[in-house]
Design a binder for this molecule. Structure first.
Ligand code: SF4
Ligand code: SF4
Length: 446
């Protein structure tokens, strides 16, 4: 391991490109059809509880959590189930999905009533019923995260450090009431005395608003974060907001978690979703997306039912500019998001951006030989040495990969961004980590 700078000073100085930050969220007209996969979270897939021909409403449960580390899934439209069948997800795996034809009415299921919450147990039950997962991209079930009993600080991740994305900024400006009520509920029922809301300094209006709103909330403060990607990475956020360090290895011998140093992190839109659920009883059924990039006709922030196909979102945003050849569709931000092979995939709970780039903008320069400059090492917020780790992977050297802590890579993309030779360092690190973990599993090791 290699560490000379604080994590917050590492990473990359990426351009912000947040041109949609000032655009109020537009609600998309109800699409004719949605496709809702049974796996939009880390853990076991949900099990479908509807069949072809069933009538559903907004908020009707269509998938029941397949275990403790799993999440319920609800219909985002009212209408009729037209299919329950396997589908290939945008990132490769095949999962069962429920296709629903909308009736355009958006009738809310009468079963959607605000939950009765009186203690931690009932709060976690409500969160589980809501199907809440980390909507900032991670997709980790929230009730699992909040079950920990050793937490003294709730960290709200409002860094939104990825270029282009402005959905969390809009949540802060448009839904501050439910952000605060969600925070208050978590602090009260989980007995957490402190809360710090971390916001990157490139969102001064959000910092000002939340500073003024939390002034009278005991234990809650706002922490402006440096304008350097990736401030929202868990370990960076913990260090910058609390001065604590997440241990490399946790008590169970697995990778250390924020909970191992008394912290729990919730994305700002996740905690706001909780606030909305406690108020209305309507579970997680829609997402705000930033739709941007040089190929889209009308960049904007748009709220869409979960399961809406990218192609319907693109059409709702004016379509692809007529004089532009579409080169790449990216779900998520440009640093950590993935490229989609087509626009026929559905929006998931954890999606927050859809970026459309022209062929010209999406064409990458050819990689050149490594010049051993070490910039990838300086940039890595996890303190890794990507250039030597990738060499170890090329040599299939398990011992060296272990020594270089390849499993700590969070795929932030900073190493690729800073590489003057335009090498796909982060992508190689991803392959190295996957290979290393697969070898470990094959040997039955941890
Ligand atoms: S992608 Fe991995 S190796 Fe590269 S900078 Fe991020 S954490 Fe470090
Ligand atoms: S930044 Fe690129 S050129 Fe420099 S050491 Fe790392 S891989 Fe090699």
């Amino acid at each position: 391991m290699f560490k000379t700078l604080k994590r917050s000073a590492k990473g990359a100085r990426v351009p912000h490109e947040k041109d949609t930050a000032g655009m109020a969220t537009v609600k998309m007209a109800v699409p004719a059809h949605v496709v809702i996969p049974m796996q939009m979270h880390i853990g076991a897939p949900a099990e479908p509880v509807v069949k072809k021909g069933d009538q559903v409403f907004v908020g009707t449960m269509i998938g029941k959590a397949g275990g403790f580390v799993s999440a319920n899934i609800h219909s985002s439209v009212s209408g009729k189930v037209v299919d329950v069948a396997p589908m290939r997800m945008v990132n490769g795996p095949v999962v069962t999905a429920v296709a629903i034809e909308s009736d355009g009415q958006q009738t809310v299921d009468p079963a959607c009533v605000p939950p009765q919450v009186t203690d931690k147990e009932s709060l976690l039950a409500a969160i589980q019923a809501c199907g809440l997962v980390g909507v900032g991209g991670a997709g980790f079930p929230t009730h699992v995260k909040l079950a920990a009993n050793t937490i003294d600080t709730l960290l709200i991740n409002a860094a939104e450090c990825e270029p282009y994305l402005t959905t969390d900024a809009r949540e802060m400006l448009e839904c501050s009431d439910t952000i605060l009520s969600g925070i208050a509920a978590v602090m009260k029922y989980c007995n957490i005395p402190h809360c710090i809301i971390g916001i990157e300094r490139n969102k001064p209006e959000c910092i000002d608003l939340l500073c003024s709103l939390v002034r009278d909330m005991p234990g809650v403060s706002v922490k402006p974060l440096p304008m350097r990607y990736p401030q929202g990475a868990e370990k960076t956020l913990v260090e910058t907001c609390t001065g604590r360090e997440v241990p490399q290895v946790g008590p169970g011998g697995k990778a250390g978690l924020p909970a191992d140093c008394g912290c729990i992190i919730m994305n700002v839109t996740s905690v706001s979703t909780l606030g909305k659920y406690l108020k209305t009883g309507i579970p997680l059924v829609s997402k705000r997306l930033t739709v941007d990039g040089d190929a889209i006709a009308k960049p904007q922030n748009i709220e869409v039912p979960i399961g809406t196909l990218y192609r319907d979102v693109i059409e709702a945003c004016g379509g692809i500019k007529p004089d532009v050849e579409l080169g790449k569709v990216i779900f998520g931000g440009p640093m950590m998001g993935g490229a989609s092979p087509s626009p026929d995939f559905p929006v998931l709970k954890q999606n927050n951006g859809l970026l459309l780039f022209s062929r010209k903008a999406a064409t990458l320069p050819a990689p050149q030989p490594c010049i051993r400059c070490g910039r990838c090492i300086t940039a890595c917020p996890m303190g890794l040495e990507p250039v030597v780790t990738v060499e170890a992977f090329n040599n299939k050297d398990m011992d060296e990969l272990k020594k270089r802590c390849v499993d700590l890579c969070v795929a932030c993309g900073s190493c690729t961004y800073v590489c003057p030779a335009k090498r796909p360092v982060s992508q190689s690190m991803g392959l190295a980590k996957a290979w290393y973990l697969q070898q470990l599993r094959a040997k039955g090791g941890k």
